[in-house]
Design a protein around this ligand. Sequence first.
Ligand SMILES: Cc1cc2nc3c(=O)[nH]c(=O)nc-3n(C[C@H](O)[C@H](O)[C@H](O)COP(=O)(O)OP(=O)(O)OC[C@H]3O[C@@H](n4cnc5c(N)ncnc54)[C@H](O)[C@@H]3O)c2cc1C
Length: 562
Amino acid sequence: MRAYGYGDGSGSSSAGGAAAPFISRRGADLRYSSYDVLVVGGGIAGLTAALGAAHRWNVGLITKGSLDQTTTFLAQGGIAAAMSPHDSPKLHLKDTLEAGVGLCDDEAVRVLVEEGPARIRELEQLGTKFDRREGKLILGKEGAHSMARVVHAGGDATGSVVASSLAEVITKGGRVELHENEFVIDLLMDGGRCVGAVSLGAEGELTVSLARAVVLACGGAGQVYSRTTNPLMATGDGHAMAYRAGAVMRDMEFMQFHPTAYYGKENPTLLVTEALRGEGAYLLDDAGCRFMVGAHPQAELAPRDVVVRHMRRVCDRDGSEHVWLDARHLDAAFLRERFPTVLNGLKKRGFDLCGQLIPVAPASHYFIGGVLTDTWGRSTVPGLYACGETSSTGIHGANRLASNSLLEGLVFGERTVRELNRYLAVADPAVRKVRLDLADEVREGNAPGAVAEGRATVQRTMTDLCGVVRNAPELTRAQETLAALQASLAAPGLSVAELELFNLLTVAEHMVAAALLREESRGVHLRSDFPERDDAGWRRHSLIHRDLETGGLVVEAGPVAD
Ligand SMILES: Cc1cc2nc3c(=O)[nH]c(=O)nc-3n(C[C@H](O)[C@H](O)[C@H](O)COP(=O)(O)OP(=O)(O)OC[C@H]3O[C@@H](n4cnc5c(N)ncnc54)[C@H](O)[C@@H]3O)c2cc1C
């Protein structure tokens, strides 16, 4: 896989794609702005990258919603890092590698666990108040961690506390030019190099942001499924844009389903954090039996993929669509203090966490697949960097260890800045001025009803045919359904809902293609027709890229993992 090479912006790749092929002008005037660094995304990864880069460079930050409409903002459990004197990066490394089922990149994990504690301390210096007792950090325990190592804030409001403190520094500092409610449609390419992005404003205006480097930090793609803990904005835009620009995507078959999402029909659905099981909550079947006891040595705190697999077995056996989470035996005052977000969320839905069983079922939660990067955030496209959930650094392998993703955003967001500092210091200081050739045709696009129905079709198809358990006949049907949907749609016009639908379709197509390719079961990828793990054949990554001459999808197995 190293044969692809990572772009530092100094050369041009063999890619020669047309500039921003996804956009039609529709008569709109173009506005231009220019930056040294353009960051797309205002979650933990984008905020970290923008804040760091702004010490030296002129930085623009674009987000499609406001800064409180991110996945980061919803994070509950906390951030894993070896902060206790009884813990060590070595132990954190061991747990992460074990959870990743043979597919983690060891070097990337080493970087994550060794640099993580320093990033947590820096967050505290910025003003984030992690929960402490008698001056010491309170550390939570989550699935597949060999010890308590998850720092948290506001009980189970870690994401909003962290994001708010980062956002406050950004908005008050005045060094980052922030554009909220601005939808980035596509990357701007010139001679195979990424030189900016084109975005759609709330009033329908188009802005061309030229930049010496672009950082994609657009989060995940949980909205590909109908049951998800991810916010509505998690539509895989960063993944789809990078793919269109020619970037190599890795491990797109790996979507992690969280075992304990509240069983309701809403989208997104409420997460019932794993930290609750870390504090002793049980999982019960309909008969009231703890089905994880005896199924795995860590019982309810087994790795997520293992818990989901057993939940599935129990539901199939009992003809049920959910199991039960039981926290009734835990101290009510403690639950109120430690889990206010979950407690209030359940109360709104008519459930009392302290006194009632809570129906829970798996929901799509974290997208492991992403833009292939090295440990400095460099993608395979010159000038294009990625960090956070949009990227595939290799730290999660085939199954993410709980609470490692906020850490990933912090660690690799900061490393991306270090790499930008190196590159921008020696690179041509001028922003490339490119002429944007947009089709002057006025595209009608698709009617809002067809767009909404299209999104529902993608979600239904992926849930039914490429969900927790997959097999070749169903994946083939999914492929056919997605292709038929694609064929039924006109080229997208300039509406966010439409552009999101096309991005969802792209990501869904990648997930299905990669899931078909991987003929084994490993981590979060379960094939009923290939139920065993196959180390001889499949300790390797799946890779996807767009053939820039034909526009076709290229899916292949990479070399055997290191
Ligand atoms: C309910 C829930 C709880 C979680 N709890 C934890 C936890 O306790 N610990 C943990 O480690 N992980 C947790 N996770 C996972 C973790 O929150 C995410 O992986 C992480 O926050 C992703 O951060 P990010 O910066 O990559 O992206 P996000 O926080 O998702 O931010 C993405 C940004 O990109 C912007 N964007 C996207 N597309 C476009 C576009 N086209 N144009 C412009 N802007 C765009 C969005 O507006 C947003 O600002 C949880 C996830 C969920 C859903």
